[in-house]
Design a protein around this ligand. Structure first.
Ligand SMILES: *[C@@H]1O[C@H](CO)[C@@H](O)[C@H](O)[C@H]1NC(C)=O
Ligand SMILES: *[C@@H]1O[C@H](CO)[C@@H](O)[C@H](O)[C@H]1NC(C)=O
Ligand SMILES: *[C@@H]1O[C@H](CO)[C@@H](O)[C@H](O)[C@H]1NC(C)=O
Ligand SMILES: *[C@@H]1O[C@H](CO)[C@@H](O)[C@H](O)[C@H]1NC(C)=O
Ligand SMILES: *[C@@H]1O[C@H](CO)[C@@H](O)[C@H](O)[C@H]1NC(C)=O
Length: 493
C-alpha cells in the first residue's frame, strides 16, 4: 500500500472535502469536483510523510512533532482493528515554509470525517490558503491572576487550531510580578503573589517559547512601564516615584521615577535580560495609562520639570522616560511595540515601531488612520477586548469588525499588520479562561485570516458552532454559542 504522503513545498493545500465540511477559519479558496470521491483514511495505514523533493525531510522537529500531534488529534477515537482499502493516491500538501505546512495540517485535520460505520475519510477537494494579515495575536494577562503553565500551553494549542500566530504575554503589571528574573531575583520574590508557586521560572519561560515555536507561534513579552509597575516596587527600592501628601511622603508609590540615572541603569539591565530570554525581534514596552497624580505630588519631580522646561505638561516627562527606554531597547538590537499613547504623546519612535491601538472611548478607526498616516505600522485590539462579556452572542461584534475600515490610502492600509484579541485578567483566572476565550477568540482569528469578504454571520455561526464542537472533541472546554448539542460534549468528564 502506498503511504499517504504529505509533501511540504508551496503555498497550496490539496486535500479533500465535500461541500459540507466546515472549516475555521475559512480558507481563501476551497473547491470540490461535482462528484467528489471519498478517500478512506484507515488509521492503521495512514501516515504523514515528506514527499520526494521536499526541502525539509525527517528530522525537522516542527513537522515531525506536528505529524504526531495531528495523527493523535485526528484518530483520537480510532479502534485498533480499523482496516479498509486505502486510496493509493497521496493527499498532497504544498507549503512555502514549515509554518505554512503547520497551518495546512490543521486544515487537513478539520477535513476528516467519519462515515455511518465510524470509518475515517476525507472528501476530495482542493484548498489554497494563506493569511490575510501576518500578525494574528492573543494577549494573556498573567499579573492580575496567575495562570499556571499548563493553562498557557493549552491556550497555545487552541491558538494553533485557530491559526493564531502571536502570543502576547502581558506577563507583569501592578498586581503581581510572576516573572523570575535572574538579574533581579527580588522582583518576583517580593512582587509575585506567591514567590514559590505563582512564578514563571526560566525553565517555564523556555517551555512556553519552545511549545509556541513548535506550533508556529511567536512569543512577544510585554514589560509595561512607566505605569502599571506597582508590583516592581518592593523588589527594586528607589525605582518607583514616592507620592506625597502635602509636604510629606504619603507612603504610596506611583509610576517609575523618570528623573534618576539609577532608573535607567536598572531598566538597561532588566531589558538586557529580557532581550536575551525572548528571542522574538519585538518586545512590547507598554507605555499606556500613566497616572500623573503621583508625579505631580513629588517635589523632586516638580523641580526636575522646571529644570527641563516641561512646564505643567507631564506627557513631556513621560516622553522623556519613554524616549530613553526606546533608545536603550534599540541599542540592544530589538524592535518594539507600544500602546497608542506613546504615539499620541508625540514620542519619537523608530520607523519600524508597531503602534498598538487599544482605546475604545475614542474612535479607533481614526487612530488607525492617524498612526498609518504618520507611516507607522498599526496593530488593532480596541474592538477585541474579549475579557468584556455580555449576554448573548457577543462574538458577532468582534467578527463584524473590519480592520481596514478607516480613511486612508492603500499605502496606509498596507501598514496594518493585523490585530490581537485581549484577555485581561481582572476577572479571569484558570477557572474561566478557556470558556471565555473559546470560541469567541475564533471570531478574531477568522477576521484576521480569511478574505475580507468572508463576513456572513449565518454561515459563520454554523461553522463556528461546528468548530466549537471539534474543540470539545479535542478536550477544550469551549463555551456554547447558543442552544444545541455536540456529539462529544462530555469528553472532559
Ligand atoms: C481496493 O481498492 C482497489 C482499487 O480501488 C479495488 O480494485 C479493490 O477491489 C478494493 N478492495 C476491497 C477489498 O475493497
Ligand atoms: C463529504 O461530502 C458529503 C456529500 O456532499 C457530505 O454529506 C459530507 O458531510 C462530507 N463529509 C465531510 C467530512 O466533509
Ligand atoms: C545623570 O546622567 C547625565 C547624563 O549621562 C549626567 O549628565 C548627570 O550628571 C547624571 N546625574 C547624576 C546625578 O549622576
Ligand atoms: C487624529 O488626528 C487628528 C488630527 O491631528 C486629531 O484631531 C484627532 O484627535 C486624532 N484622533 C485620535 C483618535 O487621536
Ligand atoms: C477576496 O475575495 C474577493 C472576492 O471573491 C476577491 O476578488 C479577492 O481577490 C480576494 N482576495 C484575495 C487576497 O484572495
Amino acid at each position: 500500500m502506498a503511504p499517504v504522503a504529505m509533501a511540504v513545498r508551496a503555498l497550496l493545500l490539496l486535500a479533500a472535502v465535500g461541500p459540507a465540511a466546515a472549516l475555521w477559519p475559512q480558507p481563501q479558496l476551497q473547491r470540490s469536483p461535482p462528484a467528489a470521491a471519498r478517500c478512506p483514511l484507515p488509521p492503521a495505514r495512514f501516515r504523514f510523510a515528506h514527499a520526494a523533493g521536499s526541502a525539509v525531510g525527517p528530522g525537522c522537529a516542527v513537522l515531525d512533532e506536528a505529524f504526531q500531534r495531528y495523527r493523535a488529534l485526528i484518530f483520537a477515537a480510532a479502534r485498533p482493528a480499523d482496516k479498509l482499502n486505502i486510496s493509493r493516491d497521496p493527499l498532497l500538501l504544498y507549503a512555502d515554509t514549515v509554518w505554512g505546512a503547520l497551518r495546512g495540517l490543521e486544515t487537513f485535520s478539520q477535513l476528516v470525517g467519519r462515515d455511518e460505520n465510524g470509518m475515517y475519510y476525507v472528501n476530495e477537494t482542493e484548498i489554497v490558503d494563506f493569511p490575510r494579515f501576518p500578525h494574528r495575536g492573543l494577549l494573556l494577562d498573567t499579573s492580575r491572576h496567575y495562570l499556571p503553565l499548563k493553562a498557557i500551553l493549552e491556550t497555545l494549542d487552541v491558538m494553533a487550531y485557530n491559526k493564531l500566530n502571536v502570543f502576547h504575554w502581558h506577563i507583569v503589571d501592578d498586581p503581581s510580578f510572576p516573572y523570575e528574573s535572574f538579574t533581579f531575583p527580588e522582583l518576583s520574590r517580593q512582587g509575585a503573589f506567591n514567590p514559590m508557586t505563582h512564578v514563571y521560572t526560566a525553565s517555564d519561560v523556555q517551555t512556553v517559547i519552545e511549545y509556541a515555536r513548535l506550533r508556529g507561534i511567536r512569543v512577544i513579552a510585554e514589560f509595561d512601564t512607566p505605569g502599571h509597575t506597582l508590583s516592581w516596587g518592593p523588589g527594586a527600592p528607589g525605582l518607583l516615584t514616592l507620592c506625597y501628601l502635602g509636604k510629606d511622603p504619603s507612603g504610596t508609590y506611583g509610576p517609575i521615577n523618570p528623573i534618576f540615572n539609577t532608573t535607567y541603569q536598572f531598566v538597561t539591565s532588566l531589558f538586557q535580560e529580557i532581550s536575551s530570554v525572548f528571542p522574538d525581534y519585538f518586545i512590547h514596552l507598554g507605555g499606556d495609562e500613566v497616572d500623573f497624580t503621583c508625579w505631580k505630588s513629588n517635589p523632586e519631580i516638580l523641580a526636575f520639570m522646571k529644570k527641563m522646561g516641561f512646564g505643567e505638561d507631564y506627557t513631556k516627562l513621560e516622553s522623556f522616560y519613554i524616549q530613553r527606554l526606546l533608545d536603550i531597547v534599540s541599542s540592544l538590537g530589538k524592535g518594539y511595540m507600544v500602546w497608542q499613547e506613546v504615539f499620541d504623546n508625540g514620542v519619537k519612535v523608530k520607523p519600524d515601531t508597531i503602534i498598538h491601538v487599544w482605546k475604545n472611548n475614542v474612535p479607533y478607526a481614526e487612530e488607525m488612520a492617524n498612526v498609518t498616516k504618520a507611516g507607522y505600522r498599526a496593530l488593532l485590539s480596541a474592538p477585541w477586548y474579549l475579557n468584556r462579556i455580555s449576554y448573548g452572542q457577543d462574538w458577532m461584534a468582534a467578527y463584524q469588525v473590519e480592520p481596514l475600515k478607516f480613511k486612508g490610502s492603500s499605502k496606509q492600509k498596507d501598514l496594518v499588520i493585523g490585530g490581537e484579541a485581549c484577555m485581561w485578567g481582572e476577572y479571569v483566572d484558570v477557572t474561566n479562561l478557556t470558556p471565555r476565550l473559546w470560541p469567541r477568540a475564533g471570531a478574531v482569528a477568522e477576521r484576521l485570516w480569511s478574505n475580507a469578504t468572508v463576513r456572513n454571520l449565518q454561515d459563520a455561526y454554523v461553522r463556528l458552532a461546528d468548530f466549537r464542537c471539534e474543540l470539545l472533541r479535542r478536550g477544550v472546554q469551549a463555551e456554547p454559542l447558543f442552544v444545541g448539542y455536540c456529539d462529544h460534549e462530555f469528553g472532559g468528564f
